[in-house]
Write a protein that binds this ligand. Sequence first.
Ligand SMILES: [Zn+2]
Length: 482
Amino acid sequence: MVSGLKINYNKSKLYGMNIEEEVSQHWAIFLNCKTGKLPMTYLGMPIGASLRSKDTWAELISKIGRKLAGWKNRFLSLGGRIVIINSVLTSLPVFLMSTYLLPAGVIQKIDAIRRKFLWGGCEERNKIAWVRWVKVCKDRKQGGMGIKDLRMFNLALMGKWWARLVKEQGGLWRRVLLDKYGGEGGSWGEWITEGQNRGSRWWKDVCKINELIEGKRDWVKSGFKLVIGDGAKVSFWRQVWVGSHTLEVMFPRLSYLSTDRQSTVQQMGEWIGGSWRWRLKWRRRLSTREQDQETQLRSTIQNVQIRKDADDRWWWRYEKDGEYTVKSAYKLLTTTEKGDEIKCLKRCWNSTIPLKICAFSWLSVLGRTPCKVNLLKRNIIRQEADAMCSFCAEIAENEDHLLLWCDFSGKIWNKNLAWWEIKYVMARSYKDAFLQHSWAGRNQKGWQVIWYATIWALWSTRNRRIFEAKQVSTDEVFHMVQ
Ligand SMILES: [Zn+2]
């Protein structure tokens, strides 16, 4: 374990902590050890109270305080204190942190203790915190001090459950979960997303980690890549196994026409004399246009090596051997968005697009266009009521709403997508949408032009509404795009 806390699982017994019974059972299977009986204490924590109750957490927090007080009278350099904080403090709640999401209040309290210790030991009087805590918690390569960020560490530890879920497709542990939470059919990603609404506290927490952090949505789910072996366990149309989207999304028309919409990759072809042949069948004869799409589909899947005697497997992208590690997950979670943002900002400047539109896209990525919300922030608009969307007048006008989410804009996007036969779920922010839009497949260049034309048409329509009081219909805007 990253924290340096080592457990000999064979010699260990696992104790249910009066939490959901299933949790301890899952842990026991997970850690390959036996379960034990209450009462017991774990790291000095009386186990018996509910993990969700304030008292239990209070006990943990005071435990950390006491642990640190032990270092109070020794002279420690700043460097020494960093080491202590990372080893002692972070290793204490590791067991809990691998099982539950620590409540925000608990993290705050633990951080307060850690902060105080970092800047001056445990004395009561307050010392000066020279650098903001957020900065302190950043990785050293990211300009921070390398103190562990508790929330991110918490998530990285809990990510192990996901790794377990994807790795052990046929495993008992997974089957128990599926039985309980009903996940037959659908991909694991789907049922784990649904799981946020049902099941035990523990299970909800496990499901939630994927979407908890703004700007890191989907970090676990998209961290795993499916590597095709014999194709027996992978749905041809409905799972992402080639490229970054399902074939159903990339070729909606063909998936509709396929006679084998539920088939696995393996069922979509056969071995003939030692080489793999795809066998695509359609419900009717394809039109010329559809035949073109079939050619595209074939060239998409052609380079995937189907192997006779290898299992399909999930590959964690951030380790060389494809195995999930807390360390790599933590790094992923604590690496700032900067890289993404720079990539995104760079991409805005497209030489085939008029400069004014590039500039507008660039401002949109940064959230600095002169839309009403920004005018309000700069006191050019005085009242919140005046900062409502120029199209629907119902929601505050920021870039995301105006360009993506507004009903008015949505209609235009839908027309575009239908026109281009693309299935696409709009991302939450302009930046994410912009980063994703370049995948759009077949005619990438063409779609990029549409993208810019659309945001520009929306923006100029908005301006004409405001400055010329001119009403423009969605059809007219769509026409402008075309
Ligand atoms: Zn609107």
